[in-house]
Write a protein that binds this ligand. Structure first.
Ligand SMILES: [Ca+2]
Length: 423
């Protein structure tokens, strides 16, 4: 009996501790759940309509957090940013909305949205907050350089520019040209955002020569890192990439309405070489039938070790060390700071040319008269890793091909155009 009483006394003594522990755990749970749902931060009283809109926005955001499908997540976060814009404008004192916009902007790499959210969060005292989530967001905005006092700049004439994909551009006259060929990482961003299908009819090299082997830009028949140039994309794929990127950066307010990405014309491509006239014929330097060393990534001796036919033609006295593509910028840039205009991958240009070709009428015997048809060709410049013909290397040479051609030595470079007018 005494023992039982003692136990009871002990229990009486520890009971307050148990109760307070339970309260504490419940409190932690609230905080945790609150954070997981994007809440847990001070909020202002909202009208019924605004509350409903807030719940809807939170639902979209939560759906984004719940999905593991990256393009779907990006689409939902984009939808969240778009839909929350009027709410944020009407409730500028609402810390929650700016936190969620900042987080979405960080994930989607949207500097303008991130900059705006950062400014609002600062004015709402976020710099002094002890909340870990707020501190983390502020640190990330700071790390990205989005907390600076001035708004992110648009590309300006004669100044270099880096876009939201981290593609670097130099100013050449009135336009900006990308210093690199479009990288695999850039095209992946496009694919992830749009699920654009560029998968069919790609010609790749193998022991039987150039054939359609079911390879794609993701898997061109050799290894590529994210910094290698994308290959196996046709003219329309390149144009679609430019259109997507223009739309994305205009929506961000980074491009003016008169600025857009596109393929360079051949004339613009030549301007990017920094050379003109006869000088174009003399570059890359070929002396006594041999290519000067370190001229670029062409089909040197190393290319023979790749997946190529036995009769593979290669440059017997040239070795550049890259069996297939080289990561962009592996060779020295030209005087304007542009890389790989000689070699690595052929680059699509905007220019087109019509051609009449004779085709056999289906079902007719081989010696029957052929039918003439008009086809549209597009220009390519620069030579590639599979090029061994010295005649097609000089900067003034062009190659014409149908727009749906996809090859494992063919990619593209983009430029940013600024037309007259606009705002
Ligand atoms: Ca090579």
């Amino acid at each position: 009996m005494l023992e039982l009483n003692l136990l009871r006394i002990k229990f009486m003594m520890v009971r307050p501790a148990i109760v307070s522990t339970l309260f504490f755990l419940a409190f932690l749970g609230q905080v945790f759940i609150g954070h997981a749902q994007g809440q847990g931060l001070p909020d202002l009283k909202l009208s019924d309509e605004a509350r409903l809109e807030w719940d809807t926005l939170e639902l979209i955001n939560q759906k984004a957090q719940d999905t593991h499908d990256l393009p779907e997540r990006a689409a939902l976060l984009n939808e969240f940013i778009e839909r929350s814009t009027p709410f944020a404008k009407e409730h500028p004192q609402n810390l929650n909305i700016w936190m969620m916009r900042a987080e979405a902007a960080l994930e989607l790499s949207k500097p303008n949205t991130g900059w705006e959210a950062g400014q609002k969060l600062k004015s709402l005292g976020a710099m002094k907050s002890e909340d870990r989530r707020v501190r983390k967001v502020m640190a990330l905005l700071n790390y990205k350089g989005w907390l600076n006092a001035s708004q992110p700049k648009r590309p300006e004439v004669s100044q270099s520019w880096e876009n939201t994909l981290g593609m670097k551009f130099v100013a050449v006259g009135k336009f900006h040209v990308c210093v690199w060929e479009t990288r695999l990482r850039d095209f992946k961003e496009f694919f992830n955002a749009t699920r654009y299908n560029a998968d069919s009819n790609m010609y790749s090299l193998g022991s039987g020569g150039w054939k359609i082997r079911g390879n794609t830009w993701r898997s061109p028949g050799f290894n590529q890192t994210d910094n290698h140039p994308v290959v196996g994309v046709n003219w329309s794929d390149a144009m679609a990439f430019c259109e997507w990127l223009t739309k994305r950066e205009r929506a961000e307010g980074l491009l003016a309405s008169n600025q857009k990405y596109r393929l360079p014309t051949e004339a613009e491509w030549i301007l990017a070489t920094g050379l003109e006239g006869e000088a174009l014929k003399k570059f890359p330097v070929i002396q006594e039938g041999q290519l000067k060393s370190a001229s670029g990534n062409y089909a040197g001796v190393e290319s023979k070790e790749g997946n190529v036919p036995e009769t593979w033609d290669f440059l017997k006295n040239y070795t550049d060390g890259f069996r297939e593509t080289a990561s962009v910028g592996s060779f020295l840039p030209n005087a304007l700071g542009v890389y790989d205009l000689t070699g690595n991958v052929w680059e699509w240009c905007l220019d087109s040319a019509e051609k009449i070709r004779d085709v056999q009428v289906r079902g007719e015997p081989k010696d029957a008269p052929k039918k003439s048809e008009k086809i549209m060709l597009h220009a390519q410049r620069g030579g590639g890793w599979a090029t061994s013909n010295l005649g097609s290397m000089p900067l003034d040479t062009r190659k014409l091909e149908v727009e749906d051609a996809r090859r494992c030595d063919l990619g593209f470079r983009i430029l940013l155009e600024t037309a007259e007018g606009g705002h």
